[in-house]
Design a protein around this ligand. Structure first.
Ligand SMILES: [Zn+2]
Length: 276
């Protein structure tokens, strides 16, 4: 079932509710279908994956190119979420992580994150003793230092496909070695491809294949029971390619619960108990 009544503002309040923490005066609302979906599930960790630059129309057109993502949406929940203006990476990730409109969070450039009094759900989690982390590009990670428990920056020095693969590897390591409970990561291959080197639809499909591969690797290797929320910051915003999203402003939100390899009883202090 496709539900369209939500926006990017609703993701952070939903995560907060699952963690039993509170974002003060947020602009979004909790997604009750997610609360119902998680009811009674033993959620040991939460992973928020922000895929750069995939709107719902592109997501649909990609078909089996992203078959593992599609499988998650079939087996879990799928929402079409309205993206907010300006539909640019930094402010839109700010909206997703804070639950505030850009007019309220004012995070238009990475530099704005260094001194803002606005706190994301990651920071509020950390302040409440829930270990949180973020794995993004280097400057973004620097801006989150001392705001979250684990902030890992990745430099794009060997191409965007390698960058996304390292982000994925580090997410798995941070969950395993650092016992992070709430983590956000940013995968950039599709948007980077569209901005810099896509010449044909096949190039777009190739970049999407790499995203799909990283999502599959996460699913195959997350050892604890994990709630995944997979979304995007904005639809395609490169003018040459905007037609592939048909001017839609909706982005996908996939919610999927991955059972752990074992019903772990360790690290109970990090275990999130879902409230019915
Ligand atoms: Zn972006």
């Amino acid at each position: 079932m496709v539900l369209t009544t939500y926006t990017q503002l609703d993701i952070a309040p939903t995560i907060a509710r699952i963690l039993d923490i509170r974002i003060p005066d947020h602009d979004g609302k909790e997604i009750w279908e997610v609360m119902r979906y998680t009811e009674g599930k033993n959620i040991e960790q939460i992973l928020l994956v922000i895929i750069d630059g995939i709107g719902v129309t592109l997501y649909t057109k990609l078909g089996d190119t992203i078959q593992d993502l599609k499988k998650l949406s079939r087996d879990g929940l799928f929402f079409e979420c309205k993206s907010l203006p300006p539909r640019i990476t930094t402010p839109n990730i700010g909206t997703i992580l804070t639950g505030y409109t850009p007019e309220h969070h004012l995070l238009y450039k990475v530099a704005d994150v260094f001194y803002t009094p606005i706190r994301s759900v990651l920071e509020i989690a950390s302040e409440n003793g829930i270990k949180s982390g973020i794995i993004i590009e280097t400057m973004g990670a620097k801006s989150m230092l001392n705001r979250v428990d684990v902030a890992i920056g990745v430099e794009n020095t060997r191409g965007i496909v390698d960058y996304d693969r390292r982000i994925t590897d580090l997410a798995l390591k941070a969950f395993k070695l650092e016992n992070v409970t709430l983590m956000a990561i940013h995968l950039r291959a599709v948007d980077n491809c569209l901005h810099h080197y896509a010449e044909s639809w096949e190039d777009v499909m190739y970049s999407a294949t790499t995203i799909n591969g990283n999502i599959k690797r996460l699913i195959d290797n997350l050892s604890k029971s994990t709630l995944l929320l997979i979304t995007s910051d904005h639809p395609v915003h490169v003018p040459k390619w905007a037609y592939v999203d048909n001017d839609s402003i909706n982005v996908p939100l996939i919610v999927y619960y991955k059972y752990g390899h074992k019903n772990s009883t360790e690290n109970l202090d990090q275990t999130v108990s879902t409230k019915a």
